[in-house]
Design a protein around this ligand. Sequence first.
Ligand SMILES: Cc1cc2nc3c(=O)[nH]c(=O)nc-3n(C[C@H](O)[C@H](O)[C@H](O)COP(=O)(O)OP(=O)(O)OC[C@H]3O[C@@H](n4cnc5c(N)ncnc54)[C@H](O)[C@@H]3O)c2cc1C
Length: 567
Amino acid sequence: MLYHDVLIVGGGLAGLRAAVALCDVYDVGLFSKVHPIRSHSIAAQGGINAALANNPDSRDDTPEKHAFDTIKGSDYLADQDAVRIMCGEAPAIVYEMEHWGCPFSRFPDNTIAQRPFGGAGYPRTCFSADLTGHVLLNTLYERSIHKQVRVYPEFVALALVTDGNVCHGAVMLDQVRGEIVPVAAKATLFATGGYGQVYYYSTNALTNTGSGIGIPYKAGIPLKDMEFVQFHPTSLIGTNILMTEGCRGEGGYLLNNKGERFMEKYAPKAMELAPRDIVSRSIQTEIEEGRAFDHELGKYVNLDLRHLGGKKIMERLPGIRRICLDFIGIDPIRDPIPIMPAQHYSMGGIDTNVKAETAVKGFYAAGECACVSVHGANRLGGNSLLDTIVFGKLGSMAIDQYLQGSASKPDERLLAARKREVEEKVKAMAGGGTERPFSILKDLRVTMSRYAGIFRTGDELNHALGVILKLKERYRKVGISSPKLSMNYELIGALELESMLDVSHVIILGALAREESRGAHWRRDFPERRDADWLKHTVATLGKYGEPRINYSDVVISGYTPVERKY
Ligand SMILES: Cc1cc2nc3c(=O)[nH]c(=O)nc-3n(C[C@H](O)[C@H](O)[C@H](O)COP(=O)(O)OP(=O)(O)OC[C@H]3O[C@@H](n4cnc5c(N)ncnc54)[C@H](O)[C@@H]3O)c2cc1C
């Protein structure tokens, strides 16, 4: 058994930010199923929002205006007090990262450069070319080395250990040594990122399975607003690699097969810089109504950067150009980029407050796996990197307070018992089950993309629900070909699949129940937002017999009365 004051699961921005804050005072262990630098945060391209007012066009920008744009973008489902806290922290967070060595792009006057992003009233997205996640994550990782944070790479969390009221740590699989290891801790923080891999078309890394959301759910922790899944408008056809919103922020156009800038019809003022839910639906509508191009890998519209010129593309979007050259053999300086929408971000997640606290004492969650909620029904581009660092920081402060106060000694017997349960599960899987995990996973991902996508209907969601229940049935007979515990990706895939099925189940149930259209959740059979009935958060918990139960909680409205969104 391993012991730490604080157990952090996840080496992305949220996990690292909490670790560097706590490690001076506490014994921190940071566990991640891949090396921290391979976390999905590394892939973030476009930028991080903060009302710095550096751009000549944003001189009168303020955190309050940032908060308003975020609340409006969320289709009024975000908790307004939480949004204000995040946007208020933003300038200090960005300057802190700058002082820690993060190389942001600059304006000629040497201030941090800011570009326009979707749904924002001012250009307030700070960036480093199109490598913003890369530089932020490397800055925090270097700081964690400097501060000698104890990192355990290649450790997969398999179970959270709680007694219903208090968290005692987690059970991990040490992939290198091939051992199942309980980790006892007074405080546990999950910073495990999103669940994009439950969708077939996703911009997310293969590591984004959502197991860090499914594991706490299994341990009785509520999940919030899971039906709100963000689809990014512009992913490269074929691979679904993200083409950052920065492409449109820098002035890129979206064109259909008639050469029309079709966003004129859908968001005449904001055009390509309308929020992501609106742009994704617009592209999907162009595709469905026959105004898209055909490709052997699907239908697409064009993202055209050519008019920006080679110099600007090389300076502001070099990574995008490189990806296009390497993965599809086109050069955006000369050719339009074929794109389609794809799953991108998890608005929902582990139900937390602004201190990253959950329903169980000593268990915290921050970053994309958590739902505070600051993104509501639709997240604005550039607000997620901000969310990870702000709530990684605020979570670390709450953990500090807890450890100075009422934290109790972890119960080793409970941890040992949970370890044995996990071992039994692995043994059963290796005992010759007939269902292969990859086959169930493929069916799950196809179902989610087809029936729980950009546009939804009650019939389709009901169909998806039936499929998920059958897949869960098949999962009971899942088998793996080798019982080895070391570097056995089939085993990890099989174990994580359970979470993926749970996460998908809850997404579908929430979507089925929510008979309205709000933000990224669009029901063709209920195309209106219905505040009277649905201005509330969905809260899903595990029932007594393992069945999901859906409840609701209030949205905090403090200042901005919900009105219709217009862009
Ligand atoms: C391609 C792409 C581009 C993006 N661009 C932007 C952008 O420009 N601006 C913006 O604001 N947002 C952007 N986002 C969103 C943003 O990058 C993410 O929401 C954010 O980085 C998530 O950070 P995180 O710390 O929560 O988790 P992640 O960075 O995803 O890290 C999760 C960590 O948890 C670990 N982990 C997960 N499960 C387990 C387990 N069971 N056991 C052990 N370890 C586990 C992983 O190994 C990893 O270390 C982008 C997202 C994508 C996919």
